[in-house]
Design a protein around this ligand. Structure first.
Ligand code: HEC
Ligand code: HEC
Length: 297
C-alpha cells in the first residue's frame, strides 16, 4: 500500500475513534448530574417532550472500554494502513504455522507406511482411505474422482497403461510427471491424405472395424514406416514412449475414424505434471499404492 493510502486509512480510522470519544465527553458535560432526571431538551412535539437524562453509567463505561480496546487492538494487530502491529501477526503466518503443525502430525502417520512395499500397502484399507483422500485433493481434477479419467486423461482403474503399471513406474510417473508427445503424421511429415486414410483404416482393422479393407491393407506399409517405431510393429504400444496400445478397446481419445484421423493429422501433446516438488515422498508412496490397488484386486 502506498504511503498516501496508508495515511488516509489511518487518519480515517483514528479520526473515527477519537470522534466518538469526543462526542461522548462533549454530550456528557452538558448534563449536570445523574439525579436530575426531570430536565428536558426543550423539544416538544404534539405535547410530547424529550427528557435530557445522562447516559447510564454502565453504558458510558462500556463505550469507553470499546474505544480503549480498539486502540489497543490497532496497536497490536495490523489495521492502520501499513502498520504491521506489535505482535507481528499476519494471516499468512498463522496459516503457515497451522499447516506446519498439521504436516508434522500427518507426516508421522504417512511415514509409518513409507517402508511397506506398494503391493502390500495396496491391500491395507487404512492406507487406501488415505490414498483416496490424497487423490481427491491432488489428482481428481484431471483423472476424475473415481480415477476413470476422460478424454486425454487416462483411466487409472483399467489394465491399459501408457507408461506402465508396475509399482516403481507408477511412483516415477507421479514423482516426475510424464509427457505424451505424438508428432503429427508420426515419422512421415509429408504423408499424403490418401496415406492418412490408409493408416487410419489400418489402425481400425486392429479391432476389426476398418471401413475400407483395401485401404487398410495398404495402410500396413504406412504404419510400419510412420508409426511402428513408437507404437510397435504390432501396434501394441511402447511404455518407453508412452505410446498407447492401439489394438485394445481402451482409448485415451476417441476410437472412431474421425478421432483417429485427427490424432494422425495433428498429433497429440499431453502432460501429467510432476508432483515431486508438491507432495512428500511418503504421500507419493501412499498415492502410488492407491493407484496400484485400483487395477489390482
Ligand atoms: C493437470 C492434470 C493432472 C493431474 C493434476 C494429475 N494427472 Fe496424472 N496424468 C495426467 C495426464 C494428462 C496423463 C497422461 C500423460 C500422457 O499422455 O502420457 C497422466 C498420467 C498419469 C499416470 C500414468 C497412466 C498410464 O497409463 O501410464 C498415472 C499413474 C497418473 N497420471 C497418476 C496421477 C496421480 C496419482 C495424480 C495426483 C497426485 C495425478 N496423476 C495428477 C494429468 C494429470
Ligand atoms: C514419436 C512416437 C510416435 C509416433 C511416431 C506415432 N505415435 Fe501415435 N502416439 C504417441 C504417443 C506418445 C501417444 C499418446 C499421446 C498422449 O499421451 O496424449 C500417441 C497416441 C496415438 C493415438 C491415440 C490412441 C488413443 O488411445 O486414443 C493414435 C490413434 C495414434 N497415436 C496413432 C498413431 C499413428 C497412426 C501413427 C503413425 C502415423 C502414430 N501414432 C505415430 C506416439 C507416437
Amino acid at each position: 500500500m502506498s504511503t498516501f493510502w496508508s495515511i488516509w486509512i489511518s487518519v480515517i480510522v483514528l479520526g473515527t475513534i477519537f470522534g466518538c470519544w469526543w462526542l461522548l465527553w462533549a454530550t456528557r458535560k452538558s448534563q449536570t448530574t445523574d439525579t436530575e432526571t426531570e430536565k428536558t431538551t426543550g423539544h416538544s412535539f404534539d405535547g410530547i417532550e424529550e427528557y435530557d437524562n445522562p447516559l447510564p453509567k454502565w453504558w458510558f463505561y462500556l463505550f469507553i472500554a470499546t474505544c480503549v480496546f480498539s486502540l489497543g487492538y490497532l496497536a497490536l494487530y495490523p489495521g492502520l494502513g501499513n502498520w504491521q502491529g506489535l505482535l507481528g501477526w499476519s494471516q499468512e503466518k498463522q496459516w503457515e504455522e497451522e499447516m506446519q503443525q498439521a504436516e508434522a502430525r500427518y507426516n508421522e502417520i504417512y511415514a509409518q507406511f513409507g517402508d511397506v512395499p506398494i503391493p502390500e500397502l495396496a491391500q491395507n484399507e487404512e492406507a487406501n482411505e488415505m490414498g483416496q483422500r490424497l487423490f481427491a485433493n491432488n489428482c481428481a481434477v484431471c483423472h476424475g474422482s473415481a480415477a476413470r479419467g476422460s478424454i486425454g486423461f487416462p483411466n487409472l482403474t483399467d489394465d491399459a497403461w501408457l507408461h506402465g503399471g508396475d509399482p516403481e513406474t507408477i511412483v516415477q510417473t507421479i514423482q516426475g510427471g510424464r509427457q505424451g508427445n505424438m508428432p503429427a503424421k508420426g515419422m512421415m511429415p509429408n504423408m499424403t491424405s490418401e496415406q492418412v486414410d490408409q493408416v487410419v483404416n489400418y489402425v481400425l482393422s486392429f479391432s476389426g472395424r476398418e471401413q475400407d479393407a483395401a485401404a487398410a491393407e495398404a495402410g500396413e506399409e504406412v504404419f510400419s514406416q510412420a508409426c511402428a517405431s513408437c507404437h510397435g510393429a504390432d501396434g501394441k504400444g511402447n511404455y518407453a514412449f508412452g505410446a498407447p496400445n492401439l489394438t485394445d478397446d481402451t482409448w485415451l481419445y476417441g476410437s472412431t475414424y474421425d478421432w483417429i484421423e485427427e490424432t494422425v493429422l495433428y498429433g497429440r501433446q499431453n502432460e501429467m505434471p510432476a508432483q515431486g516438488g508438491r507432495l512428500s515422498e511418503d504421500k507419493i508412496h501412499i498415492l502410488a499404492a492407491y493407484v496400484y490397488s485400483l487395477s489390482n484386486d
